[in-house]
Design a protein. Structure first.
Length: 329
């Protein structure tokens, strides 16, 4: 089986976009690949975090991975900070990455503009830690959004550079471009993607929103004054609602259009809300069930960290040997 690595930061409450665009597909991919799904908490501290909040969110995110249907026996579901190899490999890779390369990263430019009071070295070398995340497990594929493509390219460059010096050490990872997950837009501004860091909570449906909140947000979604249900770029708000509806129920946009022929926007919004609730309610119930069973969750966390550490160490020992670190007796 080919190896897949992916992760999410525990820096906010996940939205329906994160679920339909990423997490839901992870579940599908887990049959086909040997998967490592990480809660990348080490990346999170590149911007200042409240410790109690970070800890809580990291656990909530890992719980969500499980609730979404990722099997912790078949996949490796773990906290990045529990596997020391990420930091160890990142250090070595730092010594094979040029300042000039990191200077070109657009995410660093964006984030350092946004956090001008805390432009720390970790923010700068973030892409190297990401390279370590991926290369540590010899991942063949990495499902990433467009925003992470530049980082993945750098990962490949670092791996190729290392291999050119030391022989075939790392698998060169590819971006996963399979069936693209739905890209969900903000309910308040369909030109913008739905995002967990959006200041306007009405633009996003959070995975933990209760049914009333979901219905209310859908009813208030921005549409247009055409008063005609169609699936086209000129009606982006409506298009987004139909995308959400279809992604939730596994329907095509043609089917949806036929269903809503002759109906009003109010009917569509109601149906979208109900479709979202039908997807999120079971997810929320499963989260609640898992949260009650602290012992089970703890044992999964421990077991999976050990499993990840085992695979990580295989690569790490090889790399340490290649660069000339003394053998362990
Ligand atoms: P932030 O605003 O903090 O960047 P985000 O909502 O963009 O948060 P990320 O942690 O950057 O979330 O991304 C997690 C995963 O969710 C990625 O795989 C990303 O491609 C996917 N994703 C994020 N937003 C959407 C969206 N609106 N539609 C589809 N997929 C999305
Ligand atoms: Mg993002």
């Amino acid at each position: 089986k080919k190896v897949l690595f992916s992760g999410m930061q525990a820096t906010g409450n996940l939205t329906l976009g994160n679920y339909l665009g990423a997490l839901k597909n992870w579940v599908t991919l887990s049959d086909e690949y040997e998967c490592f799904y990480s809660v990348v908490d080490m990346h999170s501290i590149t911007v200042r975090q409240d410790p109690a909040t970070l800890r809580k969110r990291a656990r909530a995110l890992l719980t969500l991975y499980l609730a979404a249907g990722l099997d912790p026996k078949k996949n490796c579901i773990y906290y990045q900070s529990h596997v020391s190899g990420h930091a160890e490999l990142a250090w070595i890779l730092n010594c094979f990455t040029y300042m000039g390369e990191l200077n070109r990263m657009t995410q660093f430019k964006d984030k350092s503009a946004k956090h001008a009071d805390n432009i720390n070295a970790g923010l700068f070398t973030y892409p190297v830690l990401m390279a370590a995340d991926i290369l540590l497990y010899q991942a063949d594929v990495v499902p990433v959004g467009i925003d992470q493509m530049q980082h993945l390219e750098l990962t490949r460059d670092i791996a190729i550079r290392f291999n050119n010096i030391y022989g075939d050490v790392f698998t060169i990872p590819e971006a996963y471009i399979g069936k693209v997950g739905a890209k969900i837009m903000s309910l308040q501004d369909p030109a913008k993607k739905m995002s967990k860091s959006d200041e306007n909570p009405n633009g996003s449906i959070y995975l933990m929103d209760d049914p009333d909140t979901i219905m209310r947000k859908c009813k208030r979604a921005v549409t247009d004054s055409e008063a005609c249900i169609a699936y086209r770029d000129e009606q982006p708000g409506l298009k987004n609602l139909i995308d959400i509806y279809c992604a939730c129920l596994g329907k095509t946009s043609e089917e949806a259009i036929r269903e809503f022929e002759g109906k009003g926007y109010g009917d569509l919004k109601m149906a979208v809300g109900e479709a979202v609730v039908s997807v999120l309610k079971p997810l929320q119930d499963e989260v609640a069930r898992l949260e009650k069973d602290k012992g089970y969750l703890d044992s999964i966390i421990k077991e999976n960290a050990e499993k990840a550490q085992y695979f990580a160490n295989k690569t790490l020992r090889k790399v340490q040997r290649k660069v000339g670190f003394p053998d362990r007796i």
